[in-house]
Ligand binder design. Structure first.
Ligand SMILES: *[C@@H]1O[C@H](CO)[C@@H](O)[C@H](O)[C@H]1NC(C)=O
Ligand SMILES: *[C@@H]1O[C@H](CO)[C@@H](O)[C@H](O)[C@H]1NC(C)=O
Ligand SMILES: *[C@@H]1O[C@H](CO)[C@@H](O)[C@H](O)[C@H]1NC(C)=O
Ligand SMILES: *[C@@H]1O[C@H](CO)[C@@H](O)[C@H](O)[C@H]1NC(C)=O
Ligand SMILES: *[C@@H]1O[C@H](CO)[C@@H](O)[C@H](O)[C@H]1NC(C)=O
Ligand SMILES: *[C@@H]1O[C@H](CO)[C@@H](O)[C@H](O)[C@H]1NC(C)=O
Ligand SMILES: *[C@@H]1O[C@H](CO)[C@@H](O)[C@H](O)[C@H]1NC(C)=O
Ligand SMILES: *[C@@H]1O[C@H](CO)[C@@H](O)[C@H](O)[C@H]1NC(C)=O
Ligand SMILES: *[C@@H]1O[C@H](CO)[C@@H](O)[C@H](O)[C@H]1NC(C)=O
Length: 396
């Protein structure tokens, strides 16, 4: 018994040490290019929705998001942005690099920095260039790093929404962790919270994962679909990817303690109450979902639009119809509209439907009403390959 107790004490101690150590961390330089945006002050709106038709006056395509100074030709998809320290980081998914037509490198993800909100397709690449090579932007655990047989038997970390700003120079971003068992077959293992800390003096970005998986199915992947920060509280949305993609479930946490999961609370829309007990779904729980009865979701972004005096969810649905749609609500907890407005049905690329639609509302807040114009990016399947394109949409 004594030995057993000693063993348990030793294991508890090891577990405790493990829980305090990040499972993965890395630091690297990023280009220092400032793109300041006017901060907005999201409010639970008291007055009604404005411009409720969501009529659109223009969409301007800027084309492929590309670093004109990078000798590599890059194809990549997905992604989301992160505005911290007056800089705009752009993270992307599967990234292929070519030099004069010769394959030079592949990474599950990559990072670039936006250079100019007036030219939203112009980037400065940070992790996939002839001088950096093309390593993954997000750090792997040792076990993940040891399993990187491309294209099969590899892990993948992908992101399809924007980060959660938690301070002037810090954010967290929810990436999905996937594992390939063969060239074209992969399983989603859950999401992982990646912490970003940007040192504005040295222009170094530190990325840290405290646990390999933060939320594993059937738990909702909170934060992976969308998020919005209001008054120091982060609202974190996850699609019910196990039982029904028409439902979105909601958690919240103070931004100051977001990495401490015991400070999170979970919303039940049926009772309109928050609980500290994380629901572990065993079946569809539609009545608890903050958004119900929608068409199925794929990717989206939530932000407060001054122009509409409302929180908007701008999203792509789970059908291959290459269309941005919008739902609205007076507060992060709703009530969310149930009938979406299609705001932009674009012509898809020659190789198929567009996907990974994400909005970047802060691009057009300087000297303008936030929400009137949006930067929208999505993955475009051209004959040469798949890449992301940048667009400006302006509401009427
Ligand atoms: C698709 O590729 C063609 C040929 O390179 C190019 O002319 C066109 O601009 C591309 N479309 C987009 C949306 O990038
Ligand atoms: C790629 O092509 C350009 C233009 O033809 C040439 O200047 C350059 O040397 C080539 N680079 C390599 C690595 O072959
Ligand atoms: C951003 O792009 C606009 C439009 O091309 C240009 O007028 C402006 O000078 C650029 N700003 C910077 C800081 O490069
Ligand atoms: C964030 O920056 C503002 C000035 O831009 C400063 O007043 C504030 O104290 C900073 N917050 C933190 C937590 O450092
Ligand atoms: C961003 O830049 C503005 C203008 O220089 C400055 O006032 C503000 O403190 C900066 N914010 C952060 C988070 O660094
Ligand atoms: C923001 O939070 C503070 C502290 O909880 C509270 O006093 C204030 O009323 C809140 N403001 C809004 C707009 O919700
Ligand atoms: C996490 O939050 C709980 C509840 O506030 C607190 O008791 C605990 O000390 C925190 N843990 C850490 C590591 O900060
Ligand atoms: C949500 O609240 C309703 C009404 O109180 C309750 O019946 C239901 O079980 C709750 N759902 C979850 C997932 O806790
Ligand atoms: C916004 O307006 C101020 C004052 O009119 C001006 O100094 C500033 O350059 C403008 N900023 C942008 C991004 O147009």
């Amino acid at each position: 018994m004594y030995l057993l107790h000693q063993l348990i004490a030793l294991l508890a101690c090891l577990a405790c040490i493990a829980c305090q150590q990040p499972v993965a961390s890395t630091t690297y330089p990023i280009p220092s290019i400032l793109t300041p945006a006017r901060a907005t002050n999201p409010q639970f709106s008291q007055a009604p929705l404005q411009h409720s038709s969501f009529a659109v006056s223009s969409t301007v395509p800027f084309g492929k998001m590309v670093d004109p100074t990078n000798a590599y030709t890059i194809f990549r998809d997905g992604g989301g942005s992160c505005h911290i320290a007056n800089r705009t980081l752009f993270f992307f998914c599967d990234t292929n690099a070519y030099l004069n037509g010769t394959f030079k490198g592949f990474a599950s993800n990559s990072i670039s920095v936006a250079t100019n909100f007036s030219q939203p397709n112009a980037l400065s690449d940070a992790s996939c260039t002839p001088s950096t090579g093309c390593p993954a932007a997000i750090p792997w655990t040792p076990a993940e790093a040891a399993t990187q047989g491309y294209p099969s038997k590899r892990y993948a970390l992908w992101v399809y929404t924007n980060c959660v700003p938690t301070g002037n120079n810090t954010a967290v971003h929810f990436w999905s962790l996937n594992k390939y068992s063969s060239d074209f077959s992969y399983a989603g293992l859950g999401n992982t919270m990646v912490q970003y800390a940007l040192d504005p003096t040295t222009n170094h970005l530190t990325l840290t994962r405290n646990t390999e998986i933060t939320f594993a199915p059937p738990t909702y992947p909170y934060g992976s679909f969308a998020n919005v920060v209001v008054n120091g509280t982060a609202y974190l949305y996850g699609i019910d990817i196990t039982y029904n993609r028409n439902d979105v479930h909601l958690a919240m946490a103070p931004v100051d303690t977001i990495t401490n999961l015991t400070t999170w609370q979970y919303y039940n829309a049926s009772s309109q109450t928050w609980t500290s007990t994380m629901p572990v779904p065993t079946a569809r729980a539609q009545s608890a979902a903050v958004i119900q009865n929608s068409i199925p979701f794929s990717t989206g972004t939530i932000f407060f639009s001054e122009y509409h005096n409302a929180f908007l969810l701008v999203f792509f649905d789970n059908w291959a119809d290459s269309t941005f749609r919008v739902l609205s609500a007076p507060s992060p907890v709703g009530p969310w509209t149930t009938n979406n407005h299609a705001i932009w049905a674009m012509t898809p690329g020659p190789k198929g439907f567009d996907y990974g639609g994400v909005a970047h509302s802060y691009y057009y807040t300087n000297n303008a009403t936030a929400g009137k114009s949006l930067m929208l990016h999505f993955s475009y399947q051209n004959t040469s390959g798949t890449y992301t394109v940048a667009n400006e949409l302006t509401f009427a």
